[in-house]
Design a protein around this ligand. Sequence first.
Ligand SMILES: Cc1cc2nc3c(=O)[nH]c(=O)nc-3n(C[C@H](O)[C@H](O)[C@H](O)COP(=O)(O)O)c2cc1C
Length: 469
Amino acid sequence: MMNSATHAPQAPSGPLYDYTLSYEENRENAPAESQRLDLEPAQGAGRTLFGMPIGYPIGIPASPLTVNARWIRACAGLGFNVLTYKTVRSRPRRAFPAPNWEFLPALDRPLPVEDIKRVREAPSVEQPENPHAYSMANSFGIPSLSVETWQADVAKALEELRRDQILIVSVVGEYEELEGEDLIDDFVEVARLAEEAGAPIVEVNLSCPNTISDSESSMRRPICETPDDAKLIVERVRNALRPETKLVAKLSYLRKEILADVVSGIAPHVDGIAGINTLQVLLEDRGGEPIFKGTLKDSESPRREGGLSGIAIRDFALSFVRSLAELRREGGWSFEIIGMGGVMDAHDVRALMASGADAVQAATAASNNPGLPAELLNGGTSPDEDDPRLVCVVEAAVEDPRWRYRTIDGIARQLLLGRDRVQHILDEHPEIARKSVMYDREGRELYTAPRGPRGFREQFERLRLLLAR
Ligand SMILES: Cc1cc2nc3c(=O)[nH]c(=O)nc-3n(C[C@H](O)[C@H](O)[C@H](O)COP(=O)(O)O)c2cc1C
């Protein structure tokens, strides 16, 4: 077993995906076995996700990196523990013509969280200079192999995982071609097929942008933007699955008012909510020409819209996870949150965990920086104890409304930081946390938000100590 304190695991170099090749060529060309690392965080034992044992809850969402059992084996070997099998369908569908996935190196910072309709940037297949600050554009059209093929492959993928790793299978109904009851029936069918293949957790993809019907020229908006449709699909899928099969709904970024509507409809039926997907925007090069070209019918037709991922969408994801965690608390729900979107380094993983995520996934960064889990185990990217970003995530963890009081061990475990580092930050920054006069059952110190109200037990304990003086 590797321990973060004693061995620094070797970070492999990326990228995993070859952006100059087609989707199919990449699918058949999984990363080499030599990159396999067996990582186990020292603080890993005892964690669960959906009631199942899990190592540190970092993983890879539905993407070409999780397209089949060979890719999943490779990614699991790199230390990604929560793997979502790329979205499958009830009937086969080809990918859009290549290129499908390109860098937007000049888009090197988070975009403000507002309605973004168009991105005009020079695309490239070259690795950007700064490995932590770039965005990407993609348009694949959610291709799928035949049901028999993916079902057999899902069964294989399940065998590739360690006991503390989990596989979620993402499914989508034929929403380019079907509507109403027919679409719901198709979601139900594909979810049951995934369950039949052995999936312990099924993720209904209500966030699919980037698809286009044979008869239309523009992309449809993600299903989750219509709360009633999201509710109907989730409810019907839940009723069709076995009670022990866990159900996750994947959403795109939604403003809090719409998210609240969606959550109130689906929360009673799901075990988890995942998000965000890529942002669906018009993607153009600097000359205003579409970045992607060619549909399944016509190789010359432009595909004007596509999915934006990477650092550009980081603040959308943070805002989404924060809102979701607030809605979970306000509604008294217990669904788990799988946060993703713009996670570029270990710090971003911690920021989403401290904002309420129970697990974090990365697609863009996993492809280009497959050493991300190793980076986390090594204590983050910055050796500087006073990294201001670390102070902020520790502050967010102290304020996490799931806990009124926090122990140093709890924060260290949640953020995968050394205990000494958390202690140092709390000692050096009394403005972010107040040490309570109380201790937990094991005699450990308790910290709470500096301006938070003192609970009855704490007031009582304070009085008792004053009187005892
Ligand atoms: C190339 C690519 C393909 C993707 N395919 C799917 C998909 O099939 N189903 C899905 O739910 N999300 C898909 N996504 C979205 C990711 O799962 C994830 O939500 C999104 O990329 C945000 O994370 P990131 O910024 O770490 O990439 C895809 C993303 C990328 C980059």
